[in-house]
Design a protein around this ligand. Structure first.
Ligand code: MG
Length: 279
């Protein structure tokens, strides 16, 4: 067993493993193949829904857990060695939910929208055509994005002051508002970091040993996840605000998106392999 097998990789998608513009992961191919050869789990962690993530995981031939809807759930393949309590089993995955139910979130949003200044609409208000127009997704992809379970992306059309009012009102209902790329996400009191820490503790328990968390991200909404990791990789994104997480070890890539992902993971893999040879 090499030291490389003591790593678990947690990664954001848009702007990190996927190119910000083309959504391609091709440039990360060499590092992904190396990690796969050493059976290092690569956990996708994103605001995307289960059908969207399952599609990407299958394209990448990743048979590992996934963290969806910004940490509102963790889903793991039935064959993945993890014995944790789960809420449901579907499409070959077991699901554990951490947030609030989608219906519960929509009820609060409908209530708040009656007040002046609360100018927003979200995925549940739109038909597929409108969703395609707002997201730029093609029909099949928009249909996958619409299958939400525990978070609602909304488009804010009001003032900055009123957004603050919405934020505080949601907190009063035990909900959080997370800023994504284009949308704000309304969800229960959980996060990608919380889901990552829960999953990591369970993988360690199953393997009966300590494992290292490597987290990769490109934007402000990845900060918490990066700061909780043993190794934080900041993937350069020329289209996003620069971030400077405080972690035990921080690597900043020179290349952007999947090419940066590849660069950082090959470097980390080489270090762990070398150390494995010495012991
Ligand atoms: Mg991102």
């Amino acid at each position: 067993m090499t030291l490389l097998s003591s790593l678990v990789v947690y990664t954001d998608l848009d702007g990190t493993l996927l190119d910000h513009h083309s959504y391609s992961h091709a440039a990360a191919g060499p590092a992904l193949a190396l990690l796969r050869a050493h059976d290092v789990p690569v956990v996708l962690a994103s605001s995307k829904t289960f059908p969207e993530l399952a599609e990407i995981a299958s394209e990448l031939a990743l048979e590992y857990p996934i963290i969806g809807e910004n940490g509102a759930f963790v889903a793991w393949p039935v064959a993945f060695p993890l014995s944790a309590d789960f809420d449901r089993e579907r499409a070959g995955y077991r699901f554990r939910y951490f947030g609030r139910s989608y219906d519960g979130i929509l009820k609060v949003l409908r209530l708040l929208r009656r007040y002046p200044g609360m100018a927003f609409s979200g995925f549940s208000d739109w038909g597929i055509d409108e969703l395609m127009a707002h997201t730029g997704l093609e029909r099949a992809a928009a249909e996958r994005a619409a299958q939400r379970e525990a978070s609602e992306p909304i488009l804010w059309e009001g003032s900055a002051d009123d957004l603050g009012v919405l934020h505080r009102a949601l907190e009063g209902y035990g909900l959080t508002l997370v800023k994504g790329g284009r949308f704000f996400h309304v969800m229960g009191p959980t996060s990608k970091r919380d889901a990552m820490c829960w999953l990591h503790a369970n993988i360690e328990r199953m393997q009966g040993r300590e494992l290292q968390m490597v987290a990769l991200g490109d934007g402000p909404n990845d900060m918490e996840m990066l700061e909780a990791a043993d190794i934080a990789v900041v993937v350069t994104n020329p289209d996003s605000d620069a971030i400077a997480p405080q972690a035990r070890r921080v690597l900043q890539t020179t290349l952007a998106g999947p090419a940066g992902w590849n660069e950082a993971m090959l470097q980390i893999a080489a270090e762990y392999n070398d150390r494995g040879q010495e012991t």
